[in-house]
Design a protein around this ligand. Structure first.
Ligand code: FAD
Length: 543
């Protein structure tokens, strides 16, 4: 009979335990969890603050009792594994209720200890109104504090997905919220141009968004930022990032990777083949950059846990790595991303180009048809898809899941162009946003026309470049680029003499479709130096 010990009883740990039971009815499985709860929904924690999850009990998916009755798994809460004796194949466990320390032997050990919130030593971090969010105990404390202590203003530090979700949910709970991010933008997986849409959504919903400024110190009544700015706050949530929990592994002499996570092979074995590690604590392999990466997400954690369990039982398979897909709701917007963004492609030294389109998420005459901002990044010259970002009121996640599938299969722009997707007007358009992005990408890749990105527009305007705005007159009058020439698409063929032939011409409309047609008209009329503005006026306004 195999004896399997598991450290950590949430995403990775609980998944590994259940899978092992399904593979082996005889195995003795003991799962140790330091906290008072096993198998809770970390990802739903912020929604308890905003009231979408009505009670903290609803966050608990399983209990030690249900693990016992359903799976015959010995799930022990309030038990911390404090040491691994690899030579004896034993662990030391501390019962946190009694302080008693005892040993348990193993044939196989699985580590899924997760990652800890990063808490830099800012002045004031130990004050009682400073919180982090990792588990049910944390969110309950925060929930009680903000609802019970006359707290009106909360500062959330860190604009990653946890900070953003916490900020939104505190706002939904009626609090005044400041969100502070050190980098110039929130949500690092998105490129700067796309992040502007997220910034606007935050501001439109009354969040005081402060980017490009870091926390310096916390006092009872306010926070102070590096710029000297003071923000009143009766509660502070630190969501600055997470750090893999590797203490146990490190002390046991297991190899730690260059990014600080536990090093594993393609089957999630650590440098000791009897010890596996999965989840937020490990370093993964990135399929696209072919380099180690860290990815603290639930999907990869549960996939890795199942794969490790399978490997223990001789089911051969190899982890081919991650691409990094995630989705987050920011007030009225669904924001999804997969693969590499421009920054990551650049860092990886992969030659790439990108297109930014804004297309309706369903047929325009249908109720709830809304623009979907969609950015596609592809390798040059192969056309291999590297990444995508989608933001809109509609189902951005569906579009990104399509791209994630394609990236995983090594797909190209040609594949994406040909992808046959479902269509009815209430769900999408006959040529879906993702297909359109492929067509635009192919045009760019094949040199059918040239483009500039919205990030380049400001400096072009400052240099006095010629912009042709092919929107209708009434649209132009509502707002336009300085010195842009307004020639609606319908009048373009008749007004060519107004457009200079001896210098570059940059064309835009509202969302990119009319300007594409305008660019083609100009090219066919002998203009050699015409550029379409990728992202068009909607993208320019947001940038
Ligand atoms: P965890 O699920 O954190 O479990 C590790 C457990 O191990 C912890 O409970 C810890 O107490 C225990 N432990 C550690 N050391 C010991 C020890 N020595 N002895 C005993 N027990 C120990 N991911 C998404 O994909 N989508 C989301 O929307 C999303 N939202 C999130 C929202 C929040 C607020 C948070 C905190 C995370 C979110 N995540 C999300 C991330 C996701 O929850 C993690 O990636 C996932 O839980 C990682 O699983 P894990 O098993 O590695 O770690």
């Amino acid at each position: 009979m195999k004896k399997v010990l598991i450290v950590g009883g949430v995403a990775g740990g609980a998944t590994a335990a259940a899978r092992i039971r399904r593979l082996d009815e005889q195995a003795q499985i003991i799962m140790f969890e330091r906290g008072p709860h096993v198998s809770f929904s970390n990802c739903a924690l912020p929604y308890y603050l905003g009231g979408l999850v009505k009670s903290k009990e609803k966050l608990l998916l399983m209990t030690p009792e249900s693990f016992q009755t359903k799976y015959n798994i010995d799930a022990r809460v309030n038990q911390e594994v404090i040491r691994i004796h690899r030579d004896e194949k034993k662990v030391e466990v501390k019962n946190l209720e009694t302080n008693e320390v005892y040993e348990e032997s193993y044939d196989v050990l699985i580590l899924s200890p997760g990652a800890n919130p990063v808490v830099p030593p800012f002045e004031g971090v130990d004050l009682p109104h400073v919180f982090t969010v990792r588990n049910v105990v944390d969110i309950d404390r925060l929930h009680q504090f903000v609802s019970g202590f006359n707290v009106e203003r909360v500062a959330v530090i860190g604009g990653g997905f946890i900070g953003v979700e916490v900020a939104e949910n505190l706002k939904e709970a009626g609090k005044e919220v400041a969100l502070v991010e050190y980098a110039p933008q929130i949500m690092a997986p998105f490129d700067e141009d796309m992040a502007q849409i997220l910034h606007k959504e935050m501001l439109d919903h009354g969040v005081e968004l402060i980017v490009g400024d870091g926390l310096k110190k916390i006092t009872e009544t306010h926070i102070e930022l590096n710029s000297g700015k003071q923000v009143e706050a009766q509660a502070v949530v630190l969501a600055i990032g997470v750090k893999p929990e590797v203490k146990l592994a490190k002390e046991a002499g297991l190899e730690i990777g260059e990014l600080g996570g536990i090093k594993v092979n393609a089957n999630y074995q650590t440098s000791d083949p009897s010890i596996y590690a999965v989840g937020d604590a490990i370093e993964v392999y990135h399929r696209l950059t072919r380099k180690p990466a860290r990815l603290a997400l639930a999907g990869p954690a549960v996939r890795q846990a199942r794969a490790a369990a399978d490997h223990i039982y001789g089911h051969k398979q190899e982890n081919k790595g991650v691409i990094g897909s995630s989705v987050v709701k920011i007030f009225g917007l669904n924001c999804a991303v997969t693969g590499l963004n421009e920054r990551a492609a650049k860092e990886a030294g992969i030659p790439y180009d990108s297109v930014y389109i804004i297309a309706p998420d369903k047929v325009g005459i249908m109720p709830n048809s809304n623009p979907l901002h969609f950015k596609l990044i592809f390798e040059v010259p192969t056309g291999r898809i590297l990444g995508a970002q989608a933001i809109g009121k509609g189902n951005a996640d569906k579009r990104i899941d399509v791209i994630a599938t394609l990236i995983t299969m090594g797909g190209t722009l040609e594949d994406l162009k040909e992808l046959e997707l479902t269509y009815s007007p209430i769900y999408g358009t006959a040529r879906d946003v993702v297909n359109i992005a492929a067509l635009v990408g192919l045009n760019v890749l094949h040199g059918d026309y040239k483009q500039v990105h919205v990030s380049e527009v400001r400096s072009l305007v400052e240099q006095g470049a010629t912009f042709i705005d092919v929107r209708e007159k009434n649209e132009f009058e509502r707002g336009h680029l300085v010195n842009a020439i307004n020639i609606p698409l319908s009048e373009l063929r008749q007004r060519l003499e107004e457009i200079p032939r001896d210098k570059p011409v940059y064309v835009h409309c509202r969302s990119g479709q009319r300007s594409y047609n305008a660019v083609k008209i100009l090219q066919h009329s002998g203009y050699a130096n015409v550029y379409n503005v990728s992202g068009s006026f909607l993208g320019i306004c947001l940038y």
